[in-house]
Design a binder for this molecule. Structure first.
Ligand SMILES: [Zn+2]
Length: 412
């Protein structure tokens, strides 16, 4: 466990303990039930100096990302999201065949392909060798390396400084966050623009999305903390917008301090100061805001446990739906196990036949809901509530009821 802020090194203030948690995505096979299962404390903390929210446990990356094989292009929505920002940046920065766009954590080239299609030179950087090879084969040159200040200097020194640097959904994960931001500053041309997307901690707090806190997600960003981090590396926020993706995200446009600040891609230069003022009014940079969140999470847990205990005392049967990481977090945080939940239904054949980490509840095909007709079904994948309720109309028509746990447990 670390007590030093991953951004500025100050002593962290813990705000919420989610207990000992297994790795949220490490579903168990039947054979693994006989083996000890690694678990690690999961504690959310805030830095009272720079306001950066983070978890205090650094799980070794080789444990966390051993099965990492996410191909961004699989999702149509992601590709369209990427196309739109590429078009905007191409126009805003007047990119040509003499420009260079770099994406850090470029995955399979889902974003850079939209620049390449317009003849704009691109370079991807992604440490996953298999994914980098796929991207390169698709015509998106990709370095299979970790991004740090040394690599950034090598690129700049060899004439490959960037007009635009993208970093999407990566600054929540990187172990050396300060070094990562320093690398962006060093690889960016004096006139360049960095575009950084990351989940927004304010959305997490306001919607009580505590179950998106797990070991893979080291940092939970506010503009307050991020702008301080950028400033330490000579960058400033030139604009910011809020996005609906990933439960609510920030998209930050950052430039070198010396560059004249102007509106970028139709995002007003005044948007940064406006959001910083909002965050200051709400207290996003100080522990009190997160202590209040922690109290709401604890109250939610008590209410959910009371609801489930009530159902069990009436002799009712209960199942759950959705074997996603957030389900692991919720079940283990509130110690809801096989004594309460008979099974977890999930559509993924890869997950069926396995067990939820920690609580060890079996995962079964969704057809089991109709066969077994549990009286209630705890919806762990509450972020897809509308879609799942529509799919499971037969279960509901026969009298089954879903429990939507967040933000307040509710039987529907
Ligand atoms: Zn700090």
């Amino acid at each position: 466990m670390t007590t030093a802020c991953g951004g500025c090194g100050s002593t962290l203030e813990p705000v919420l303990s989610l207990g000992d948690q297994p790795l949220a995505n490490a579903l168990l096979t039947t054979e693994m039930l006989d083996e000890p299962e690694p678990s690690f404390p999961l504690t959310l903390a805030v830095c009272p100096t720079c306001g950066l929210v983070q978890i205090m446990e650094a799980v070794p990356p080789e444990l966390l990302f051993r099965e990492y094989a996410y191909f961004s292009s699989v999702s149509d929505a992601f590709v369209e999201h990427a196309r739109a920002i590429a078009m905007r940046m191409t126009a805003a920065c007047r990119l040509t065949d003499l420009s260079l766009v770099i994406e850090v954590a470029s995955n399979d080239g889902y974003l850079l392909q939209h620049y390449a299609a317009r003849g704009i030179p691109v370079l991807g950087i992604d440490p996953a060798r298999n994914i980098a090879a796929v991207a390169t084969a698709r015509g998106i040159p990709t370095l299979a390396e970790f991004f740090d200040p040394v690599l950034a200097d090598e690129l700049s020194g060899s004439g490959r400084a960037a007009d635009v640097v993208h970093a999407n959904n990566v600054i929540a994960h990187v172990p050396d966050l300060d070094g990562f931001v320093a690398g962006i500053a060093r690889v960016l041309k004096p006139t360049g623009v960095a575009v950084i997307e990351t989940p927004y901690v304010r959305d997490l707090v306001e919607r009580l999305e505590f179950d998106t806190i797990y070991h893979e997600h080291r940092y939970y960003h506010s503009l307050t903390a991020l702008s301080r981090m950028l400033e330490r590396q000579g960058l400033v926020v030139a604009g910011v917008e809020r996005l609906a993706v990933h439960g609510g995200s920030l998209r930050i446009f950052a430039v070198h301090r010396e560059r004249p600040v102007s509106d970028i891609a139709d995002v007003p230069a005044a948007s940064g100061p406006a959001m910083l003022a909002d965050e200051a009014a709400l207290g996003l940079g100080s522990p009190g805001y997160y202590l209040d969140f922690a109290a709401r999470v604890t109250a939610l847990g008590s209410e959910l446990q009371r609801l489930l205990a009530g159902l069990k005392s009436e002799g009712r049967s209960v199942a759950a739906y959705g074997a996603a990481a957030k389900g692991t977090v919720l079940l283990n945080a509130f110690r809801i196990g096989p004594e309460t939940i008979d099974f977890v239904a999930d559509r993924s054949p890869y997950k069926q036949g396995r067990y939820m980490p920690g609580v060890r509840i079996p995962i079964v095909p969704t057809e089991r809901l109709i066969e077994a007709m549990p009286d209630a079904c705890l919806l762990l994948a509450w972020n897809f509530a509308a879609e799942i309720l529509a799919q499971q109309h037969e279960y509901r028509e026969r009298g089954g009821r879903f429990i939507i746990p967040i933000p307040t447990p509710e039987l529907v």
